[in-house]
Each structure stands twice: as C-alpha cells, then as structure tokens.
Design a protein around this ligand. Structure first.
Ligand SMILES: *Cc1c(COP(=O)(O)O)cnc(C)c1O
Length: 463
C-alpha cells in the first residue's frame, strides 16, 4: 500500500478547512489567511504533509505518540475489538475483558500503593474526575470544607472548566468564567526565567515553600489537594530544580494534603521510568494519565487512584456520582493494552533511559554552546532550549516574547523538523522509539535552525 492517500489538492483542502473547521488554541483568522499545514501520513518518527514533504516529529504528535507511527499491531487490535465488542458501557454493573485486563496491567506498572483506575477519554476529563474525587474523599471523611485545590501558574491540566481552572494559563482563565471557585495558583519552579540571583537549589526550596505559605494562608483544614506536573510540559518543559519535589512531598505529608501528579505527558516512559513520579521519587495519591496511554492512536485517559482514595470512594455509603459514556471504552482499552505491551516488549523505556535517549540528552545539552541558547535542559525524552540574546544576564529579546521562538519554529518546519515554541523556548518530546540515527537527524536540523534563527533575529532587530 502506498504511503500517500488520495486527497484533494492542498489549496482546496485549506480552503475547506478555513471555511468549516474550528481549530483548538488557534488564532483562526491568521490561520485561515495562511492555510493549514495538512498532514496526510506518518511512519516511525516521521510525518508527511499533503505536498509530500517529510518531517521528523520532535513532538510525538502532541506529546502522545510514544511507540511511533504506523504500528500495525495497534490497527489490528482495533479491528479485532470492533468486531468482537465495539462498545459496551461500564455504568450498569457491567464490565468487559479489555477494561479488566487493562486495569490489572495499570495497577501492576503503577507505584505499589496505586491499585484502581477510573477512565475517561482525555486528560482534561481525567482531571475533572480528580477534582470531584478529592473533594468527595474529604466529604466522606466528614471534612466537607476541604474543597480548595492548589495548582501552579503556567501549569497545564487541560481546557475543560475543571482542567482549565487547575491550569495556570492566564489566556485560558480569561475566557468562559474560569477558574471555578476554590482553585488557587502558586508560582512555578522556573529557575531560568524567575530564579534571579538564587542558585537553582535555593530557588527550588523557595518555590516549594510557596505551597506551605498558601496552605497556611487558606488553612490546611480547607485544602483538598495540590496538583502539579512532575515536569511542566505545555508550560515549556520546565524541569524543576532537584530540591523542589522533595520539599513539596514533605509539605503535602506534613499538612495531610492529597498530591495529584498530572502525568499526562510524563507517564508511560517519557522520563525513563514508567512514571515521572518514580523519576522524581514522589508518592502521589492520584496520577492523571492520557496521551501516552494509547500512544494517541485512540482517545483514552485514566485516573490512577491509591487504595486509600479508591477505597474511600468505593466503599463509603452511597455512590461516586460520576462517569462518562466512554469510561473504559473497550476499543480504547484494547489499544492501551497493546500499546503497553509494545513499550515493554520492545524495551522502549530502556531506550529512553540508556539507549538513544542517553545519546539524545548528551547531544541536546551540547546545544547550550550555541550563542542563541541560554539553557538546554532535558529529562528522559523531553527537552527545552531557552533562546536568549544574552545568556549571562538571562535577558529577554527586544521584541515581544515569542517572536524569536516563532521564527525558530518556522525555520524548523521549513527544514523538516517539528519543534514547538512556547514563548522563546523551543521544546521537544519525540517518540520513545527514536534511534541514534533519528537523534542525529533531530540535532543536526535543530542546529541549522538555531543558526538561521540567530542570523534573522540579529538582522531583524530582535537583539
Ligand atoms: C495535554 C495535557 C492535559 C489535557 O489532556 P487533553 O487530552 O488535551 O484533555 C492535561 N494535563 C497535561 C499535563 C497535559 O499535557
């Protein structure tokens, strides 16, 4: 079968897209004027557009395609499951083989105290589940005032009413009446941007202590939970200083605050362990997962609950009045199981930790020698490079934040590399199946694009 499918000419598809398709998180008028980039096929770590141009996908789609594109096993499992049982609900005291097998598997790979799973179809839905779950947990313990949840500025937890509220993106809060009541935000552990004269270690402690300050301000007896991503993804791949997570964990324990680790990105191998919680040595009460759970081949999310919380919600009088039509969808569950099998059988987590991942980290960090790069950070297979006109003073560009990042991103597309920009920070989270050759391709292209960006940023007066 040919890689290229039959499709309309690009210009015609762009016109139809502009007329009828509303894109998520997109300035629609700008896009419509320019025309969308149309991706028509993909294989391994590469995607191909409607003009036949191939790019290395440094973002694994949207952080999700862990096992890479074109895995026939996943297509086969969909076909098989659709013929056997395409749908059945899990509401009315029923279950089905794929969701039973997946739940057991997730309980196996998750940290020991995590035993039960509640399903949704997206990370946003999973976090909405988590908000209701932690509040109900305390209500069941006769502490119904514990409704407040602390999260972080520049965190990302989705864009539903709940997920968008937990997230600390001001642009999201500005629309639709967010955040919902009793959600609070503290500052992020972003040393490059906000650490000023402190060492990263001092800064990590200081930012963690903001949690303690907020708890004391609101009153510990009113707080349900703290939620955070082990590494902020959409916020720019912000890897916290080594002192941050131990201090957060201490504070949560000391004040008996539930900890939710949003591992929608860091789950399923991205940081070199099954979960980022292992990488950062934390013990969350709930782990949010989605994206890598199915490698994005089909939508599915899972809230992984500790026995303590699950037992509370399952075994107190009455029911947890929550669920989605597609909770535990059989086709999604079958894909997730097969995806986890591929990750394990093909040793993709080892590949991240000691294989091509180790090589990628070594090469990526060397990009910090580039005159335009302030820091090049990477954990497992997620990395960020901060663009700056002056790495000693950690300065910003003369132009509006994001202008130079945008230039770099456009050079990347033009040179066959998908790299995302958040502000003036370039980020990658490539498929976990990367080979050393793929790493060489990624690094070579990134280096070329940094050179081009540097030249243009100087010529156009950004620095
Ligand atoms: C993508 C993401 C979400 C939201 O997932 P959706 O499936 O887009 O709703 C939540 N949390 C984190 C950390 C994410 O990266």
């Amino acid at each position: 079968m040919s890689q290229r499918s039959n499709h309309l000419p690009t210009a015609q598809m762009q016109e139809l897209d502009a007329a009828h398709h509303m894109h998520p998180f997109t300035h629609q008028a700008d896009l419509n004027a320019k025309g969308a980039r149309i991706i028509t096929s993909a294989n391994g770590v590469h995607v191909t557009d409607s003009e036949g141009r191939t790019m290395l996908d440094g973002m694994a789609g949207l952080w999700c395609v862990g096992v890479g594109y074109g895995r026939k096993e996943l297509a086969d499992v969909v076909s098989r499951q659709m013929q056997e049982l395409p749908f059945y609900n899990t509401f009315f005291q029923t279950s089905h083989p794929p969701v039973i097998a997946l739940s057991e598997r997730l309980a196996q790979i998750a940290p020991d105290h995590i035993t039960r799973v509640f399903y949704g179809s997206s990370g946003s839905e999973a976090n909405d589940t988590n908000i209701r779950a932690v509040r109900q947990y305390w209500a069941n313990l006769d502490q119904p005032e514990r409704t407040h949840i602390i999260a972080r500025w520049n965190g990302y937890h989705g864009s539903t009413m709940g997920g968008g509220s937990l997230g600390g993106m001001k642009g999201i809060h500005a629309q639709g009446g967010l955040p919902i009541p009793d959600i609070h935000h503290i500052d992020q552990p972003f040393w490059w941007g906000e650490g000023a004269e402190q060492s990263p270690e001092e800064f990590g402690i200081a930012r963690a202590r903001l949690l303690e300050d907020k708890i004391l301000e609101i009153g510990a007896d009113k707080i349900a939970a703290f939620i955070a991503e082990p590494i902020q993804g959409a916020g720019g791949v912000i890897i916290p200083p080594s002192t941050y997570w131990p201090e957060i964990q201490r504070i949560c324990k000391e004040y008996d605050i539930l900890l939710i680790a949003d591992e929608v990105i860091t789950g399923f191998g991205r940081t070199g362990n099954w979960f980022g919680s292992e990488t950062f040595n934390i013990t969350p009460d709930i782990i949010t997962t989605a994206k890598g759970l199915t490698s994005g081949y089909i939508p599915m999310s899972a809230s992984l609950f500790s026995e303590k919380i699950a037992a509370n919600l399952s075994e107190t009088d009455g029911e947890f009045t929550h669920g989605y039509t597609y909770s535990g969808h059989p086709v999604a569950a079958a894909v997730a199981l097969e995806n986890l099998r591929i990750i394990e059988d093909e040793k993709m987590i080892e590949n991240v930790r000691t294989g091509a991942g180790a090589y990628l980290r070594d090469q990526w960090k060397q990009l910090s020698d580039h005159p335009l790069v302030g820091e090049a950070v990477i954990e497992g297979m997620m990395g960020g490079i901060q663009l700056t006109p002056n790495k000693t003073t950690r300065a910003s560009f003369l132009s509006e934040t994001g202008s130079v990042g945008y230039i770099c991103r456009e050079f990347c597309f033009a040179n066959g590399l998908v790299m995302r920009a958040t502000g003036d920070r370039m980020i990658i989270a490539p498929p976990l199946c990367m080979t050393r050759d793929n790493v060489d391709e990624l690094i070579n292209k990134a280096a070329i694009c940094l050179d081009l960006t540097h030249k243009k940023a100087k010529n156009d007066g950004h620095m």
